[in-house]
Design a protein around this ligand. Structure first.
Ligand code: DGJ
Length: 741
């Protein structure tokens, strides 16, 4: 790995064994993009890759027509001085002009990776893990300075970027957009993959051909959203899950975002990743700076799985932090679907005792324990226990739960307030809303103005008091509505364009304070399920409630899509009761567990409602998860067969020593007189002989990977009544463990 600067050609080459990223200072002082892809050998001069040709009708910078920004691949383009594509930055100046001209000044190459203050970002533990280049450019007329930061990680095809803007001029400017990443690719022969959805069906992958014009995913909801995830992948048309070139773009941010690809007339593709420019306007006074969040780009020639595995490793080990980062996640039981708001201490303790009997490790008390919160219309904002429900308080309940031998976890929704709450009655101006206008509600609640420090301080006080006084090992941090009427009473008119971003900074600030003061607490983020499942959250909370949809069949799709970017250790997944509360569907208990294993694993039901036989099954499931969770949560994950392509889906994880592989196989509807079916496991050691836990058949890794592993069951005529797993049924599933003998 290294970063080379060729003085004679003013060329930067960032490279490791997987990727080369090359750019140069152009004739006009801007930064040009030369190459981004598989590693190529270094040379002094790559300028021929720039393709600076003159085209009729293109305005040019100089008077000989040879240099038009419209036709040049750039690193951090501006609009309006011969480039008409969407820019990376727009600086509005006192005279109303938004034209700027960022010219190279200097650069710095350093070991390691600087910290982004106040923002989530990937990090290194040793300087040798990454190198960073910071290129400084300046717009002479305004004195606005731009620092573009590029970090290349040693081990994989990762480049992390951010931009910092400093006003060294004399006049205030307004930043209308500051994207975190801009990349011009020389062609558009790509398929675009995005993760889209809605409540209860988050992150379904959608693939389409990249085409001329602009295509984008974005959120303007104030949070990253269930509708679109801040992630996008470009793959070559021939690339599949296992081979071929692909590039993933991920934004380490939890608020409004935009990820866009613009294909121009000559099929050059410009990728932009950053804070959504709509409703964003940052006032930058003399001497002040603005720091963009981080965008991460991953390149792989090992197909989509190659990109995903790179993200998994990076985000699990160098984005998530704290003592929980590397630990197996506790198997939890959450009371939400078991009781909703209808609980008493006695009921909770009964659920907890049965859970303990089955081997569960952590009991989580969900919504409804505080203020007047016996229903959705009251209590949010009053983070003090409701003594009518829990006479012995959270401290008392947590002691009782711990006495049962379980850890105790608690639900909060720190960013919200109900009008029926003491907090709102005391501070009605603390919600985001426009004076004189109606304030829209969502689930009968309002969004607290986290752009104001005093608001964050107050919530911090209430939460930290409970954390100090009780035995809390876990917090589920929920967020159940999007932001409307985004306006803060704490800021003047010319700073209202900052509020969406300042709100998220306030959320990060509260997370930072709580996670550093209570490092032993495991945080799980949540937003009506997976409406804020993004890398920004993972920096503070190493796991996230993936979806409110706990139906096994739907969860295969949701978890399959989520795995495109996010590590298995981050995927909150529970076994719930049937008929399922979201879909009214009945799936077998083992199928619900077989899906939930590929995540953090837990239960979301009252185990007292199960039969003795089912309870025995639950005990076995928990034993299974305890035995294999290290491998599942930290192994190498492969998507094998997509639930979106056919009714059979499969995925697997392989341990680092390749001695154990765990395959999850799922079928929606049973079939009759079916063809033979098989899957092709990946990542095995060809030399190892693996025993199949279901069929008992032993086979070498090469045979399994190349000849395939049969998944045929009774629906294909496999007549093995002694193997109950091979009896076909609707919503069938199997977990095969392949163990090297
Ligand atoms: C939405 C979450 O996704 C659920 O799991 C649950 O915590 C409810 N909120 C509680 O209000």
């Amino acid at each position: 790995m290294g970063i080379i600067f060729h003085e004679s050609t003013k060329t930067f080459h960032l490279f490791n064994d997987t990727i080369s990223y090359i750019m140069m200072v152009l004739e006009n002082g801007h930064l040009g993009q030369l190459y981004c892809g598989k590693t190529i050998r270094d040379r002094e001069d790559f300028s021929h890759l720039l393709e600076v040709y003159s085209r009729v009708m293109s305005p040019s910078i100089y008077d000989d027509r040879h240099f038009s920004l419209e036709n040049i691949k750039q690193e951090y383009p501006v609009y309006g001085s011969s480039d008409f594509r969407h820019p990376a930055i727009e600086v509005l100046q006192e005279n109303g002009s938004y034209i700027s001209d960022f010219v190279y000044q200097s650069h710095q190459i350093m070991k390691g990776k600087p910290v982004l203050k106040g923002l989530p970002a990937t990090y290194v533990e040793e300087d040798a893990e990454a190198d960073t280049l910071i290129v400084t450019l300046k717009d002479e007329l305004t004195g606005v300075v731009l620092e573009l930061s590029y970090t290349i990680f040693a081990e994989s095809g990762v480049i992390a970027r951010n931009a910092r803007v400093v006003n060294e001029g004399e006049k205030t400017v307004f930043l209308n957009r500051v994207m975190s990443l801009s990349l011009d690719l020389p062609d558009c022969d790509y398929d675009w993959i995005q993760l889209s959805g809605a409540w209860a069906r988050e992150r379904n992958p959608i693939t389409r051909k990249l085409t001329k014009g602009v295509q984008a995913v974005e959120s303007m909801r104030g949070h990253s959203s269930a509708q679109q995830n801040p992630f996008m992948m470009l793959k070559r048309p021939s690339t599949d899950e296992f081979k071929g070139e692909a590039m993933g773009f991920s934004f380490v941010y939890s608020g409004n975002f935009q990820i866009q690809a613009e294909v121009d007339a000559y099929e050059v593709t410009r990728v932009l990743v950053g804070i959504h420019p709509e409703h964003f306007c940052w006032k930058l006074e003399q001497g002040c700076s603005f720091q963009s969040p981080e965008a991460v780009m991953v390149y792989s020639d090992q197909g989509l799985n190659g990109v995903s595995q790179t993200f998994h490793k990076l985000y699990r080990h160098r984005l998530a932090r704290g003592i929980w980062r590397d630990q197996a996640r506790p198997i939890l039981i959450n009371n939400w679907e078991a009781t909703y708001f209808d609980f008493t201490e006695e009921k909770l303790l009964k659920i907890a005792s049965k859970a303990k009997e089955c081997g569960v490790e952590l009991f989580v008390l969900d919504d409804g324990w505080f203020g007047k919160r016996t229903h959705e219309r009251a209590g949010l904002g009053d983070w003090v226990v409701n003594p009518d429900r829990l006479a012995c308080g959270i401290d008392g309940l947590s002691e009782k739960i711990e006495a049962l031998g379980l850890k105790f976890g608690l639900w909060f929704e720190p960013e919200m307030v109900n009008k029926d709450s003491d907090l709102y009655r005391e501070h009605p101006d603390w919600i985001l809303s426009v004076p004189g206008r109606h304030a829209s509600q969502g689930r009968f609640q309002y969004v607290l103005d986290f752009s104001r420090k005093e608001v964050v301080d107050r919530i911090y006080e209430m939460m930290s008091k409970i954390l100090r006084e009780s035995r809390l090992s876990y917090i589920k941090w929920d967020m159940n509505r999007s932001i409307t009427e985004c306006f803060s009473n704490g800021y003047p008119a010319d700073q209202q364009g900052e509020i969406f971003h300042r709100y998220i900074l306030g959320v990060y600030d509260l997370y930072e304070r709580l996670t550093s003061e209570f490092p032993h607490v495991l945080f799980e983020s949540c937003a009506s399920g997976g409406a804020r499942f993004d890398p920004g959250m993972l920096y503070y909370a190493p796991q996230a409630w993936t979806s409110d949809d706990t139906d096994a069949v739907e969860r295969v799709k949701i978890q399959y899509g989520t795995s495109m970017c996010y590590p298995i250790s981050s995927i909150g997944s529970h076994v719930s009761i049937t008929p399922n509360h979201q879909l009214n569907r009945n799936t077998p208990l083992h199928t619900r567990a077989n899906v939930a294993y590929f995540g953090t694993f837990g239960y979301e039901l009252d185990l007292n409602q199960l039969t003795e036989e089912e309870l025995e099954e639950v005990k076995e499931q928990i034993q299974f998860m305890k035995k294999y969770r290290d491998i599942i949560q930290d192994g190498t994950f492969y998507r094998l067969q997509s639930p979106f392509d056919c009714s059979d889906a499969a995925w697997m994880v392989v341990s680092h020593d390749q001695k154990t592989a765990i395959i999850g196989w799922y079928r929606t509807l049973n079939r009759v007189n079916e063809s033979y079916t098989r899957i092709y496991p990946k990542g095995l050691n060809p030399e190892f002989c693996y025993k199949n836990s279901i069929t008992g058949v032993s086979a070498y890794g090469d045979e399994l990977m190349y000849a395939g592993m049969s998944t045929s069951d009774s629906s294909s005529g496999a007549d093995m009544p002694e193997i109950k797993e091979l009896m076909g049924e609707d919503y069938a599933s199997r977990v095969y463990v392949l163990s090297a003998e």
